[in-house]
Write a protein that binds this ligand. Sequence first.
Ligand SMILES: Cc1cc2nc3c(=O)[nH]c(=O)nc-3n(C[C@H](O)[C@H](O)[C@H](O)COP(=O)(O)OP(=O)(O)OC[C@H]3O[C@@H](n4cnc5c(N)ncnc54)[C@H](O)[C@@H]3O)c2cc1C
Length: 389
Amino acid sequence: MASGTVIVGASLAGIRTAQDLRREGYDGPITLVGEEPERPYDRPPLSKGFLSGAVAPQELSLCSDDEIGSAAVELVLGARAVGVDVDRRIVGLADGETIGYDNLVIATGAACIRPPWYREIAGVHELRTLADARALRSTLTAVNSLVVVGGGFVGTEVAATARSMGIDVTMVLREAAPLAPALGDAVAQAVSDLHRGRGVAVHHSSDVAALLGDQAVEGVRLADGTVVAAEAVLVAVGVRPSVQWLAGTPFYDPRGVGVTGSGRAGERVWAAGDVVRSSKGHWAAAIADAKSVAADIAGRSGRSPSIEMPDYFWSDQYSHKVQVLGRVGENATLTPIVGSLESMSFVGVYGTDSAITGALLIDQPRHLGRMRQLVSVGASVATCRAKVA
Ligand SMILES: Cc1cc2nc3c(=O)[nH]c(=O)nc-3n(C[C@H](O)[C@H](O)[C@H](O)COP(=O)(O)OP(=O)(O)OC[C@H]3O[C@@H](n4cnc5c(N)ncnc54)[C@H](O)[C@@H]3O)c2cc1C
């Protein structure tokens, strides 16, 4: 029965917490428990380079054998946590084994939402894990047509990758344009134009009523009765935090685990990454959470890098890199600083003339560092123009 720190969820937030604990000087045992059989790997390439074949599986690794060895982390893989006894400080695994802990870190991330019409038939895919990506890649190499349901980051990235592989792609989304809730209408329109320009058919303001086909999918029927034929369908309508295993504990909440600024969920229990209720589901946020949690466990609370530094995420759409800093959103006003959205070469800021809250860069990575500083101090639009244009 192990004790020390037990981290459940062996992905980005989990492995980073383990590594940061050692950096903080924590010298107790660390056990990293993960449901998937693979060692920790990076998910962003799953909808991009890995799917197209440009990135090999070994390039996804988040840690080498040497790093695991030198950090003295015990990896328990292929092991699903099914419960926690908070009083006895024990995590229960699906195979009946138990692991005791002094400190517990919840890092179980999120899983794809399956709408009521979802069916497990050939050609229907979701994308969260390496196994999902392998299955989707295998399908994409064999079909000529794909429907992507969902106009979020994963949906648009897979649409771009599949289109680049020569596949006929139709996107079906509830919103008026892809990425609208995340980036606002103007950017969403530019993204929509980009996809249409590359030959993607976009059914916006639409919902799916049913997946068609018997043994294998043959297309989708939309709520207005339109039928879109396709040999494959990706369902990418969002994620939900993986918290079922916490049922019956004070940490269970279907919206995600509630934490303080330093990642504390309760006595001797912390949470990091996409499983956290306030998480926006981005790579950089999971890393910032892991840092805060490790510092708090090691007794250096009060630091919260995610508060000091603006939130950051990126998305690749065809050859374009979209980078987003700080607070943005559907109703935020976007003011251009450099270039234009139409040319897909752009720096713009969200917020008011006197204080920006966020920034969006398209194919302008050289301005990222400067924009990060300007967003973190809430600079004025005039200052941004003077320093960046
Ligand atoms: C296809 C794809 C593309 C992405 N692209 C981008 C991008 O371009 N930019 C960006 O900023 N972000 C991107 N992200 C988001 C980013 O990958 C996530 O924010 C990040 O993976 C979160 O890490 P996490 O460790 O919190 O959760 P996860 O990566 O979800 O890992 C959680 C781990 O916990 C395991 N687990 C779950 N339940 C249990 C249990 N009961 N017992 C044991 N183990 C369990 C899971 O199997 C999983 O391995 C992308 C995500 C996906 C899926």
